[in-house]
Design a protein around this ligand. Sequence first.
Ligand code: ADP
Ligand code: MG
Length: 588
Amino acid sequence: MAPARIRLLSETLVNRIAAGEVIERPAAVVKELVENALDAGARRIAVAIAEGGIARIAVADDGAGIAAEDLPLAVARHATSKLGDEQLIRITTLGFRGEALPSIGAAGRLCITSRPEAADHATTIRVEGGRVFAPIPAAGPPGTEVVVRDLFFATPARRKFLKSPRSEAEAAETVARRLALAAPGVGFRFESDGRVVFDRAGESLAARIAALFGAGAAENLLPLAAERGEMRLSGFAGAAHLSRANAALQHFIVNQRPVTDPVLRTALRVAYRDVIPAGRHPVAALILDLPAEEVDVNVHPAKTELRFRDPAGVRALVIGALRAALAMPAGTLPPPRFDAPRFDATRFGSTADAASPASAPSAMRFAETLLPLAAPPAARQITPAAGAPAADAPEYPLGAAVAQVLDTYILALAGDGALVVVDQHAAHERLTQERLACEWAAGGVRAQPLLLPAVVELTPAEAERVLAQAEALARLGLEIEAFGPQAVLVRALPAALGAPEPGPLLRDIADELGESGTEAALTARLDAVLARLACHGSIRAGRRLQAAEMDALLREMEATPRAATCSHGRPTFIRLRRAEIERLFGRR
Ligand code: ADP
Ligand code: MG
């Protein structure tokens, strides 16, 4: 067979191929255009999208503008005003590859109107599906407006991969928030289908953070400030209890560039490891500034990945600063601690006879958490159980309930004299999860129809996510129907949950689904979904229990697999051996 002839690709085709890398979806166009505006020194940027950006994206700025004679170059491939550095070592602008505008022009209909301050009128250039039109004079203020219409009309293969306008709008909004956070001094407005999502004047980083993360959260954001050599870290660490089911509220900004970087992500995870449950994600904005030559941003066309020259140094800086922030004194913000697993709470019956050196300090910390018992009875109630001496139940590893304290913990005494403390909510949560899992395995979770269907308001994106999974959710005992664009109707809930609040339950499920997407993914994440459901059916901490209920819970725990830890990986009970109690009191 004769070899196929080799030919150079046409410019249009090259641009279309590049478009696939640089602008995989409307959010990426928003990112490129806003970055251009920031590079042009804009003090104010306005972004407006329609139909998730698929129909239209407009980005206007008051930056330096583009000279009329440079407009054809701006839309030509590999043409940039930014790269003075042939070695790609000191890159100080967000853009430098000169491929965003030609890529956008190849995939959609691009129209740039720009006017440098000194020019007396603006000029417009159009590019449609790679076809460049001659520039024409236009009216317009100093600065640049870029409008993109019918994105991917010229590349239908790409268009097919777009999600719904709502998800695309959500993604574009996330990108805009990240950039607004990266440049707090720049006025920033974001509008979607005519609705103003945010509109901020130039402001301090703290003010921008508070605005973009919601005012309610502001007091839970611990400021970061640390240095190491020429690196500086700022931003904030979210308090541990703000942790989320996904990483959407994590922002990493390096030299004013929003990035997704594994070094920073891992450092964040490590720093929070002891204070939030496994599987949860902290809320944080890490803002790192370091000399440009210390970091390589030319790793990926979208420039969201980077490579540090000294990753270990970056890691140490980030972990050190986060740990310091999270260790703020109690009273300012008590970070929840989960020392107990090291206390051998996850094993029934047997703890080592002599406490190891490692377990003694955690026992001390555990003792501290019991201190409130010494407070006046008015503040801390102790509910005695119906008197069940330890000798009555020598055969039960978790013993017999003797009291409920703080309406949250069950105190029980085991036959060997060990004191058992059970977190009633954590324990019940796991029992409920295992019950749901059993029902699922037996053909489907039993549903309890609601007497009156409940209307639950959701964001349009959340509604779409849960409705897309309606069939799978029905097998989980959760029956829902569409009810307008911002609500769903709940007809039945899993019977094992008792009478949970439908609203928080559904929002939590939507949150969980936010990370997967397909029916297959839901079953793959079944355990996590069941755990979420179980949270809503559990005995809340703060509920007074009768003695019989407490004992029933202990017996069920002894009979249920995995009942020694809750679905978040925390222990459901702690067992203090008699010898350990004696050691705490210095009797040994
Ligand atoms: P890059 O940003 O990598 O240089 P682009 O394709 O994004 O590549 O832009 C090409 C050039 O167009 C830029 O180098 C810049 O000179 C000019 N440009 C693009 N957008 C703007 C803007 N909003 N204001 C001023 N100049 C711009
Ligand atoms: Mg650019």
